[in-house]
Design a protein around this ligand. Sequence first.
Ligand SMILES: *[C@@H]1O[C@H](CO)[C@@H](O)[C@H](O)[C@H]1NC(C)=O
Length: 611
Amino acid sequence: MAIVITPGQQRLGVRVALGVLLIIVFRSILFPSNTQPKEIQSHGVLERVLLTDKYLDVHKYPFLQHRTGRDERPDLFDKEVNDGVMDFWTRFQKPFITGSETAHLDQQVVRGAIEDLLMFNGWVAGACPTLKRPFGQNSMDEHFEDLANQGHLYYIGIVVHSADHFLVDQLAVIVQLARRLGTRNIFVSVLDSASTDSTATLSDLCEAVMITLGIAFRIKRVPPMTHEPSAAYYPLEEAQARNYALEPLHELWQKRSVKFHKVIWLKGFTCPNDVLESLRVSEVNNAAMVCGMDWAEHNGFFIFSDRWRTRDIEGNLFRQAKSNSKPEAGPPRDKTGTERYANHLPFQVFCCESGSHVVDPEQSYYRGIDYRASEMAQNLSSTELPPDWDPEYQCMDSTQMWFCRDLWTDAAKDGLKGGKGGLSGKVPIGHNRKAGHKRDEVPPAAAAEPNAAELKAHERDEKAEKQAVEFAKRQAIKDDKEQDSGTDNDAMAESDENAAPPPMPAQDQLPASAYLIPNAAFTPARILVNPRCITTYGGVSHTQLALDLFGTKGHEDNGGKYALEDWMGPPDSFVCQEMRTTGGRTAPKSQRRVGWLLQNEVSRRVADMGS
Ligand SMILES: *[C@@H]1O[C@H](CO)[C@@H](O)[C@H](O)[C@H]1NC(C)=O
């Protein structure tokens, strides 16, 4: 029997087909494709127009919670565990969950679980409110509303390399931060850099907690950089790991125009209030970076520990000072820093990492600064001949020191202080010396022979190099600590053998015939250490440490608790503790003082960008 189709039916058919097609086309235009639902997705057209993502809503955007590199290998007890879970579900959970009369109870159970989780304090964080702080920051009425009310988004970065003993407490800190700042205001990026301990299992715990609380996260596990640990160049490893941890930050900006207000790097263990206070210090000072201070237990004392990546504003190594030493003998060596340290006030530094730190992405990552390391490292596992080190070769130090130098250079690109701009003004050296690095003194422009500056720089470098060779000879020492558990084992021991190099000769002592722009003339990078934010490691007696550092009596809040008034320029030279070879974290380090002139750095950077 032939089917007879009337023109009316035909029209209807075509309309239906067109309609379906239209819906498909619209869908594909308006909503992004779902082929990789786990990756951060771009906005659909409609979303872009109608919605502004003010919060990280994980229920609306499931791709905000993402885990890669999970250990999926079959396990010995997989079957038993699964059987148990199934049994519990079918006998005790399913019958009640499906009954409508118990529905409100389920909701209550979930709410209760979330309430309980928000109280989660880990092993150490529970004691935080009882620890001594100089300005009574732990008082019960400190809720950091000023931070929470802004509705800003915060990015928390954690790089774990076989340091599972921190992870539970770091999770507790995240939960506590989420409680103050809002669970929809934070993104957590955990990078497991080839851990061999129980980090993978604890990552499961983190994942479960963050899913329950509705916190956006990405947990990523990456294999080691090379499978032969001795072939890895540690600064490069560190740089890579951090850049991995920052991937979601860039993706969220590029694909969804979500910008974060601050990036918080959690290292070791830091009390939640101290992190929040560092956020406040960062905010008030519009700082590019604010670091805590890092204390490790050492023969019954606590010593300042992250000396590899920290330099005071004169470019000196911090002292490996004890927590109970007098402030004059405290970690920073420069005068202003020492004075402020004595009063527990934030002080400016050339570079820091020392524990948990807060970075302003607007002054760094969003401006194209990422983590890097020297590419000149000698690879011991390859058969190449050792290079003939050029006396003027770059300092091959930690990735954080590279990052700080990039921050200074980037800030300096904005020109001279006071907005005089550009690199046009050449200033006689020594002219600005008496004024030190005083903020407001923009040196007057002066005519100069073009080559004089280079000549001068060369002269200085040569001097630095002579010193350097001497020091390198005496001081090439091996850091023989073997364990690799994320504590302070990249510090160099301080001894007579390994004293910090003395400062470079002051520029007054150099002939004043040459002309260049002193570092102090450029717009400074705002890098601070907040001595009240302390980072510690497992086993540290926090109560004693807090007493050592802050004493028993409180301090007057003289209004200068957070803000720094005077910003100095960077030093003309700094102590370079470098790793020239592969060999992982414990490869030998040597030390020298190298000259560092912003003028050269800025022109190099401008040239790099031009090419
Ligand atoms: C060193 O060489 C080895 C073997 O050629 C290679 O696997 C490794 O990636 C190299 N390391 C670095 C830091 O380039």
